[in-house]
Design a protein around this ligand. Sequence first.
Ligand code: NAD
Ligand code: LMR
Length: 332
Amino acid sequence: MKEINVALTGGAGQIAYSLLPRLISGETFGTDTKVNLRLIEIPQVVDKLKGTIMELIDCGFKQTGSLLATTDIKEGVQDAHWILLVGSIPRGIVVDGKKIEERSDLLRINGGIFTGQGEAIGELAQEDAKILVVGNPANTNALIGRTKSNNPTQSWFAMTALDANRAKAQLAEKAGVDIASVTNMTIWGNHSPTMYPDPYNAKIDGVSAVEAINDLDWIENEYLPLVQQRGKAVIDARGASSAASAANAAIDTVKAVDSQTTEGDWFSAAVPSDGSYGIPEGLIFGFPLRTSAQGSVEIVQGIELNDFAKSKIKVTTEELLSEKEAVKDLVD
Ligand code: NAD
Ligand code: LMR
């Protein structure tokens, strides 16, 4: 069997609880690959993590490699091929007597976590390591981590796949089609209420979703806010942030990055901008992506953006620039 080293922060959290079995079941990295898992947690909950490891052993998957619980980020990311940065505080909780309402309010609380983690990854993980940031605010946390890693051969991603799955599901429901009929979904920009889930370039059975649905009022005034605010709606209903669907989206992202994209389709994740579509270089921005046969992940070029799309992309770009400004001491 091949072997892969996978590090994950926040191993005792609720996303991890849904994610971990699927990382070692053969589903994510293939049935021919043994997965060595390094789970990184804060000291207060590392014992809880040991309980999770017992359960992973009890699953009895053939692909299970070594399982490690640690509080030491350096030990966790040493030689890691994939690193999933989930560990951080979710919104909805009360800090200093104030409820955290927006993901950007987590910037100061969570941003600091990503400095030391970025440094350790840059120094110790594989030279071609792939890093997926799930912890919020995911784009700017990835910006902090990537800056501190100071290692241009590693690839950083922030997760927008959950938004893309939500966006596809709502279109499928409205159109009365199977979700497999919905392709080419892009979440432009930030994983926040300013994200732009692009219905013009998304397709339903090969036709623009806007054309297929033929209800612009619904698209602009119901569909977009519904997708943009779905995370909050789940928190309000469940009393906790999305976990099973977030874990599923993390697996979708790993698989999309690691395998050639189906001809004609693309997937959604936030990556460092190379200036495509006029987005300032280096911002971690949601783009349409394709993985080539050789395994490189490229931003899809030449997508047509109408004035509506451009105005939405401008808003989310400005938000990301202001988040960057708010943490400028961490990204300079
Ligand atoms: P959770 O509170 O259940 O778990 C988070 C875990 O991270 C906790 O066990 C905590 O001890 C751990 N942690 C905190 N600081 C750490 C550190 N420095 N190193 C290692 N571990 C650390 O939260 P959750 O529901 O699993 O969510 C985790 C994060 O993912 C939150 O920030 C949430 O907002 C975010 N999220 C993002 C998306 C997305 O689409 N990008 C979706 C859902 C949730
Ligand atoms: C989500 O989109 O579900 C997560 O980012 C959690 C949140 O705070 O909304």
